[in-house]
Write a protein that binds this ligand. Sequence first.
Ligand code: 6PG
Length: 463
Amino acid sequence: MTEIGVIGMGVMGKSLSRNLASRGFRVALYNRHVDGIEENVAKDFKSAFIELAEAEAFDDLKAFVHSLEQPRKIILMVNAGAAVDAVLGDLTELMSEGDIVIDGGNSHFGDTSKRIDLLKEQGFHFIGTGVSGGEEGALKGPSIMPSGNKVAYSKVQKYLETIAAKDANGEPCCAFVGEGGSGHFVKMIHNGIEYAEMQLLGECYSILKSQGLSNEEIANALEGWMKDLGSYLLGITVDILRKKDGEEYVLDQILDKAANKGTGKWATASIADSGEPATMIPAALFARYISFFKEKREAAAAAYHHNSQGVNISINELKEAYQFSRIINHHQGFSLIARVSDQNDWKVDLSAIARIWTAGCIIKSDFMKELVEGLRRDSSILMNKKWQEIITATYPSAQAVSIACLRNELHIPCLLEAVNFFHGIKTASLSANLIQAQRDYFGAHTYVRKDDPSSKSHHTIWV
Ligand code: 6PG
């Protein structure tokens, strides 16, 4: 008999299967059969890797399910959305009471909550699990963010913890996040933070490029930041900048249209729903959307004069602006998790999330390692004494870089959003009194008066 099954032999499903098998687990592999398109996928995959010698491969779902010990433990690695529901529909016909399905794809957390309830009604357990780290992470050790029923989780914990990346203390980067879809929610915000981190690096690249630096010079500059601001994304950016195909840099040949698979869009929608002003994730998402309008950008570039007086920003100034923006990005991301956790009573432990993001995942960084301790003491990064000092010290550079970029008409949405958010959050009296007056003027929406401590609603007949 096999002890754990994986459904879906895409890139992530294959890597997770190899990871499980290489740790000595008896794994069942399943991929559907589609005539002429997907034939013998699991069997061919099994025969290609030595660590899968003991694994059993199937393209018949019934045989796959029956090969598993009860309670069955089945990891779904299929595309988020309708494919998950389709597989669940077939699976639940074949499973027995108490069996556990773990969805390791990038599913929407709302769908995960519904699936937990649906499977519970049918006598099964469903665990939604964020899995980060891309192909290599899944193979060697990803960061794993499971949620749902804690008792059911305890039955699969050993598998997930064994395959997970290990933190600096050798602890698995896998922690039970909370009830419902909290695991997938946290993974979605991980991706949102990832979007903003990537966009910030894109902005640094464009600023240095506008100053005439070559790819190699930009790589050298960014590599110099690794000592103080080391992160996986910064490291891969240095590699990317240096990669050549013959005489050409690969980067120079890549069309400047940034795609997305949807988690940034969901994160942005949930930011709007939650009421948390996490402004950098939407800015990063919309930067990708703008990039997609290549033809319109080309037409507008021809129609409008580009006024550049020449950018003159030092590498160190840019480094500080980048550091400032990263702190704001992480502050916004963790504040968002805290708020939505409160709204859903998930009791997500922010420090534990930072810890499981210190290895295995895409946003792992030296800063994340510091956040493990920092978030244990303060849920607000902005109000933590240590980062308050760094924010104060790096802000002048963020301001100077923003001004230089505005003067030179450079597109820097995430950097500007970091600065703008900072201005807003540290302004004790905003112009929102005028907004309230306008709302009351045209819609009798009422307002609260400063001179009335009861906080009751007031209305004015304005004309
Ligand atoms: C990860 C990645 C992974 C995937 C992104 C890409 O944590 O391993 O985030 O989930 O690469 O979903 O997302 P986009 O295609 O939207 O950039």
